[in-house]
Write a protein that binds this ligand. Structure first.
Ligand SMILES: Nc1ncnc2c1ncn2[C@@H]1O[C@H](COP(=O)(O)OP(=O)(O)OP(=O)(O)O)[C@@H](O)[C@H]1O
Ligand SMILES: [Mg+2]
Length: 471
């Protein structure tokens, strides 16, 4: 269990009610998740205030207001906590990303991106329109240029078009735009994926492929059981008979043929009409081989690739994004090395599929195994189910910008449920934020002990022009 303590301006703990926060054990409902092994587990409830006081940090240096607080684990959890690794070298040997400076005392705050004490390298960025989420993403990308970190953006938001990017991003990161409506992606979603299970390689069956693709269309179009069954059958038949020649056009042909069969007639016709516009967009130039993901993440320019989905309708954008994420997942499962970080940026992620079997949820749960780092930004989480919110909150580092007035209460409730701090308190804290300001919640380096500790701090994201890039 984490104790989340607040301190006043003298570094002294606040009064009893306020001083002892418990980090809700959000992982109970997802026992299989990676993070579970890495997070300290709840042992016993600390109810005695004296005990609570001992377990919390007696003196939190440098934390000067209620807007900075530590989330510290109990002594007896120490062995289980990967973040309790003592950093012996005086200089930092891992890659860190400057996020901003604390308010009001101006200490730098970092995302300790390359530290092996992090449970995962995911970043969740939340806040209303115009508060600085996309700007923060670009700041992080520019900082990552220092250690030549590669990234991929799938842009279904028009937020990363060349004229939308900050001048520093264009200059330093020089992202390469792949405009999908001009140049279809060489992805063949019908190829069976392979996964490596500790040296044993398992190849997907036609049934697995059919479930994956039918599930994806279902997530976007919400097709009923009967249409799902027609689609599953069409894909499975196609993959079995056509092998690597199977593609979206063939899928449509098979569905059309099925509509001549009395058994499937009406469902097949409805399904055909639903899927046809997407297939006509020709998003993929199906290759017999898988997409060459190595080139996206290998050590050469461009540092950032953008799959640009501008000019397509919302459904098509969403479908293509899900197909890309699935394809990347296939690559990661067979070839993704834990040691090589791969950053994937998804802005306005509320538009994607967050269900349990979606690629996004797999990335959040298992991404660490493959070296995957997600940077996810969203304006809302109130439309998500509890398990979906939990997965998002698994991101080791979080930036909370000011929510929209309509979101404030529900987000404060979500934040409260993860910190056991009151909803009112979070409402006050979040509504005090100005543009470019946020709460940074994640593992931070305690310079005195060399340990990483959970810390929440109110920060101002340092503007690009103040980051010394032009010096
Ligand atoms: N930390 C900052 N320093 C300087 N300018 C900033 C900062 N944060 C945001 N801005 C300015 O505010 C503008 C809006 O921010 P941004 O586009 O990042 O908002 P957003 O949260 O992504 O909104 P939306 O959800 O609508 O995409 C930026 O284009 C930038 O000019
Ligand atoms: Mg934005």
């Amino acid at each position: 269990m984490f104790n989340l303590t607040t301190t006043d301006s003298d570094g002294v703990q606040g009064d009893e009610d306020d001083s002892f926060w418990e980090m809700d054990d959000i992982f109970d409902e997802n026992p299989e998740e990676d993070i579970l092994e890495l997070q300290p587990r709840e042992k016993t409830e600390v109810e005695d205030p004296k005990e609570a006081s001992e377990a919390s940090h007696p003196e939190v240096e440098g934390l000067s207001s209620e807007d900075s607080f530590e989330i510290k684990q109990n002594q007896d959890d120490e062995e289980e906590d990967p973040a309790s690794i003592i950093v012996e070298e005086p200089e930092k040997k891992w890659n860190r990303v400057l996020l901003g400076t604390t308010i009001p005392d101006g200490r730098p705050v970092y995302w300790e991106f390359g530290h092996n004490g992090l449970a995962n390298r995911h970043m969740l960025i939340f806040g209303s329109s115009g508060q600085g989420k996309t700007y923060a993403i670009q700041c992080i990308q520019c900082e990552m240029v220092k250690f030549r970190q590669k990234s991929l953006i799938i842009d279904y938001t028009n937020g990363f078009l060349p004229d939308q990017l900050e001048p520093e991003t264009n200059k330093m990161v020089s992202p390469k735009q792949h405009v999908v409506s001009n140049d279809p992606l060489p992805i063949n979603p019908f190829l069976p994926q392979e996964s490596d299970h500790g040296g044993i390689v398992i190849k997907q069956s036609a049934n697995d492929v059919a479930k994956r693709i039918a599930g994806l269309f279902n997530a976007v179009y919400n097709i009923g059981d009967q249409q799902y069954s027609v689609l599953h059958r069409a894909i499975m038949d196609g993959v079995e008979s056509l092998k690597e020649q199977m593609n979206l056009e063939q899928m449509l042909v098979i569905i059309e043929e099925m509509s001549n069969d009395k058994k499937f007639k009406s469902s097949a016709q409805t399904l055909y009409n639903k899927l046809r516009p997407f297939v006509l967009d020709k998003p993929f130039s199906h290759g017999k081989k898988g997409f060459d993901w190595e080139t996206i993440f290998q050590d050469q320019d461009p540092l950032c690739n953008i799959f640009q989905l501008v000019g397509m309708d919302g459904y098509t954008q969403k479908l293509i994004t899900e197909f890309i994420l699935w394809d990347l997942y296939g690559y990661l499962q067979s070839k993704g090395k834990k040691t090589k970080p791969k950053v994937v940026i998804l802005d306005e992620v509320q538009n994607l599929d967050h269900q349990e079997n979606s690629p996004l949820s797999k990335y959040l749960r298992e991404g660490r195994k493959f070296g995957l780092s997600l940077m996810l930004a969203t304006q809302t989480m109130s439309n998500m189910k509890k398990d979906e919110q939990d997965r998002m909150f698994n991101a080791e580092h979080k930036l909370f910008f000011r929510p929209a007035d309509t979101e404030l209460m529900s987000f404060a409730r979500i934040a409260a449920s993860f910190t056991m701090k009151s909803q009112d308190d979070w409402m006050k804290k979040l509504s005090s934020l100005k543009k470019g300001e946020c709460f940074s919640i994640g593992r931070a380096l305690n310079e005195k002990t060399g340990q990483l500790i959970q810390r929440a701090e109110k920060i101002s994201i340092t503007a690009l022009k103040d980051r010394g890039f032009n010096e």
